[in-house]
Design a protein around this ligand. Structure first.
Ligand code: HEC
Ligand code: HEC
Ligand code: HEC
Ligand code: HEC
Ligand code: HEC
Ligand code: HEC
Ligand code: HEC
Ligand code: HEC
Ligand code: HEC
Ligand code: HEC
Ligand code: HEC
Length: 408
């Protein structure tokens, strides 16, 4: 009786052990380890044993993921198998991914090409993102997102974006810092957009929505974000204004360039001017504006007098253009500038009487003077011409008389 019970336990144990083990990886690899392994339509079903062994999942059984083959004992197996679910083991990442727009696009639209786990991570060669060979390693991230966002066919078919985000990014100071200098601290796509919970720009939860851009850039450019947030622009954006600028209005999102180049410096004047039309027009009438328009960097541009990130109106005590601070603002370039020097108006507007009555009168005076002179000299010239013609006729008549007289 005891021997029978023992034998039962052993055989039950063996059955349990067999079921838990299922087919071994080597069983699968006898077919799938061959480079020639292919479907009937000749698409490859090869799995490279070395790449799999070196992956984060190298310690797993094939059937831990391909769970529908766990009980398989005879070969060949069914042609079509269930898709692998990562959810059983990576619940947190799956939950986060499901909250993002790539997942929603897949659910909403059959045939969508939006990214899935496998698009960003791979299948049998998945590595932790700390591994240099991983698709999600910082230095490889742009290429991973760029498989779609830098692919003209996908962009056109899915209407994802207006231009080639990947090419723009690669040419930016950030892209070059990552690709050429190998800088781990310069941002790649996922630093600004997230990896799993990528959102649409219009979503209020998106890190690149207008209301969050300053905070997102501020994860690295902390000092600048602090200045900007206290400025009138930052305050207005925080208050919900859509007409005040945030970082990307002046710097762009994917084409960010060095700021000490002539191209950026001159471009930013146009950018300020696209909102502050009157000040841009009056600035261009000044010596500073005219010389800047010719392409010279050294004369004052908007940000030289107003600062770039701490901009305030003139009535704010900390403003660079508050009357009490003007001597030091102009004095940065005009050494020795005094109270009289800074009376010079950097935005002269001759059509605005309230701003400067003297300039208005001078402008009027010259307008009338020049107009008057045109009228005077116009009348003068006409009268002069009439008189000259009359004189000539008279002279010709007189000369005619004289010559007849001489021939007589
Ligand atoms: C006897 C050879 C053989 C063995 C052993 C074998 N397979 Fe396959 N497997 C194939 C062939 C052939 C195909 C291609 C089927 C087709 O599309 O015609 C295939 C296809 C697959 C597919 C793709 C299915 C699909 O829906 O596209 C998966 C996944 C797969 N095998 C996993 C495994 C796993 C895991 C094991 C081990 C448990 C295994 N196979 C063992 C021959 C084999
Ligand atoms: C970490 C999970 C995981 C493990 C472990 C795993 N696979 Fe896969 N396998 C996938 C995913 C994901 C796919 C892509 C298709 C899908 O989404 O179902 C896939 C696809 C396949 C395919 C179809 C061909 C292809 O490349 O699309 C074959 C064949 C296959 N696996 C065989 C194997 C074999 C053999 C092993 C063990 C050596 C194995 N898999 C281990 C996740 C896994
Ligand atoms: C059967 C459970 C299981 C499944 C299914 C599974 N994984 Fe894993 N995964 C693991 C284990 C275990 C590790 C190793 C964790 C470790 O080393 O700390 C891992 C590691 C990873 C890593 C590296 C993370 C790290 O911290 O090292 C990534 C990325 C990953 N898996 C992605 C996926 C994706 C994508 C899928 C679906 C295609 C998937 N996994 C399916 C169990 C699984
Ligand atoms: C759009 C690209 C993208 C998609 C889709 C994606 N991931 Fe990730 N995943 C990343 C990036 C980037 C990281 C690493 C940095 C981070 O956490 O943002 C990461 C990290 C991970 C990690 C942590 C381990 C590590 O390597 O740091 C796991 C596990 C993981 N992903 C699993 C999944 C699973 C499961 C899915 C599908 C539900 C998925 N991922 C979908 C981009 C993606
Ligand atoms: C420095 C932060 C940053 C980096 C790095 C970055 N982005 Fe963006 N991205 C943004 C911001 C901010 C916006 C929103 C721009 C706007 O409001 O006009 C945006 C917009 C987008 C859009 C929508 C664009 C459109 O025209 O509708 C896509 C798609 C996108 N990014 C993908 C990427 C990809 C792919 C990468 C990597 C190659 C990347 N981004 C790198 C900050 C970044
Ligand atoms: C496999 C292709 C693929 C990959 C890889 C991919 N995406 Fe996408 N992405 C898409 C598609 C397709 C859409 C448009 C979905 C829709 O609107 O239906 C999209 C949309 C987006 C949007 C939303 C743009 C908007 O309209 O607001 C952003 C942002 C974005 N992706 C960023 C990323 C980032 C960052 C990565 C890498 C971490 C990435 N994507 C990887 C295919 C991909
Ligand atoms: C109104 C336009 C504008 C906005 C908004 C703006 N910047 Fe700037 N930024 C500039 C200008 C102009 C410069 C050049 C500074 C100079 O010449 O003194 C600059 C310079 C920079 C520099 C280089 C450092 C320096 O001062 O030379 C960084 C980094 C920078 N900005 C980041 C940001 C970030 C992050 C934000 C959002 C929090 C932001 N900027 C918002 C116009 C702007
Ligand atoms: C992950 C960190 C990180 C994030 C996020 C980030 N940056 Fe940068 N940024 C850097 C680094 C590092 C450099 C310096 C690269 C170099 O000099 O090669 C840089 C350089 C710059 C420069 C050029 C500065 C100069 O010297 O002229 C500007 C402008 C800039 N970033 C603006 C932004 C804006 C705007 C955002 C948000 C849309 C942003 N950055 C987000 C890390 C970041
Ligand atoms: C996207 C549009 C936009 C851009 C670009 C822009 N601004 Fe502004 N600016 C605003 C708005 C909106 C206000 C807030 C006006 C208000 O509420 O009084 C403002 C306020 C100001 C003020 C304070 C004016 C006041 O009446 O108190 C100054 C000075 C200023 N901006 C200078 C600049 C400079 C210099 C630049 C370029 C470096 C610039 N702005 C770029 C929209 C813009
Ligand atoms: C040489 C220095 C200087 C330059 C260059 C300059 N400004 Fe000004 N700006 C001032 C001063 C000083 C004031 C305050 C007196 C006034 O209202 O004219 C002012 C006033 C302003 C105001 C109104 C502020 C308020 O509180 O009412 C705006 C807006 C403005 N400037 C925008 C610009 C823009 C945009 C540019 C470039 C196209 C620019 N400025 C170039 C010095 C400058
Ligand atoms: C970024 C440097 C810079 C700043 C700031 C600056 N200027 Fe200038 N400014 C110049 C340069 C360079 C010239 C041309 C060289 C010269 O003649 O001194 C010039 C020329 C002038 C001129 C005409 C030429 C002359 O010297 O008679 C006046 C007037 C003037 N600036 C007034 C101001 C006032 C007022 C401020 C402050 C509100 C100011 N500037 C701020 C650089 C600057």
């Amino acid at each position: 009786m005891r021997r029978f019970a023992w034998a039962l336990m052993v055989s039950a144990g063996a059955v349990v052990a067999l079921a838990a083990a299922g087919p071994a990886n080597d069983d699968c690899l006898t077919c799938h380890g061959e480079p020639s392994a292919a479907r009937a339509d000749s698409r490859s079903v090869e799995v490279k044993p070395d790449a799999f062994a070196a992956s984060a999942h190298g310690g797993l059984g094939c059937v831990d993921c391909h769970a529908d083959l766990a009980g398989q004992t005879d070969w060949p197996h069914a042609e079509t198998l269930a898709r692998v679910s990562c959810a059983g083991c990576h619940l947190d990442e799956v939950a986060k991914y499901e909250s993002g727009m790539h997942a929603r696009a897949r659910h909403d639209r059959p045939g969508s090409l939006a990214a899935t786990c496998v698009d960003c991570h791979g299948t049998h060669d998945i590595r932790p993102s700390t591994d240099r060979a991983s698709r999600t390693h910082h230095l490889n991230m742009a290429a991973t997102c760029g498989r779609c966002h830098g692919n003209a066919d996908v962009i056109r078919r899915e209407k994802i974006q207006s231009g080639d985000v990947l090419a723009d990014y690669r040419d930016s100071i950030h892209g070059r810092a990552v690709a050429k200098s190998g800088l781990m601290v310069a941002p790649s796509c996922n630093d600004c957009h997230g990896g799993h919970d990528v959102s649409r720009l219009t979503s209020l939860t998106s890190p690149v929505n207008r209301t969050h851009v300053a905070a997102t850039c501020g994860t690295c450019h902390d000092g600048i974000t602090a200045q900007y947030s206290a400025s009138i622009h930052g305050q207005r954006v925080a208050g919900g204004s859509t007409s005040a600028p945030t970082c990307v209005d002046c710097h762009s999102a994917h084409r960010i360039a060095r700021t000490d180049t002539a191209r950026f410096g001159l471009g930013v004047v146009d950018e300020c001017g696209s909102c502050h039309l009157r000040q841009a027009r009056t600035y261009r009438d000044t010596f500073h504006g005219k010389v800047t328009t010719l392409g010279f960097q050294q004369v004052a541009k908007c940000a030289d007098c107003h600062s770039a990130h701490s901009i305030q109106g003139k009535s704010h005590a900390a403003s660079t253009i508050a009357p009490a601070n003007l001597v030091s603002t102009c004095g940065r370039c005009h050494t020795g500038a005094g109270v009289n020097f800074v009376r010079y108006d950097p935005h002269p507007d001759p059509s605005d009487y309230g701003r400067d009555p003297v300039l208005w009168w001078v402008n009027r005076f010259y307008t009338y003077l020049i107009g008057g002179m045109f009228v005077f000299f116009g009348v003068h010239s006409v009268a002069w011409a009439a008189r000259a013609t009359a004189d000539r006729r008279r002279r010709r008549a007189r000369d005619g008389d004289m010559s007849t007289g001489a021939s007589l």
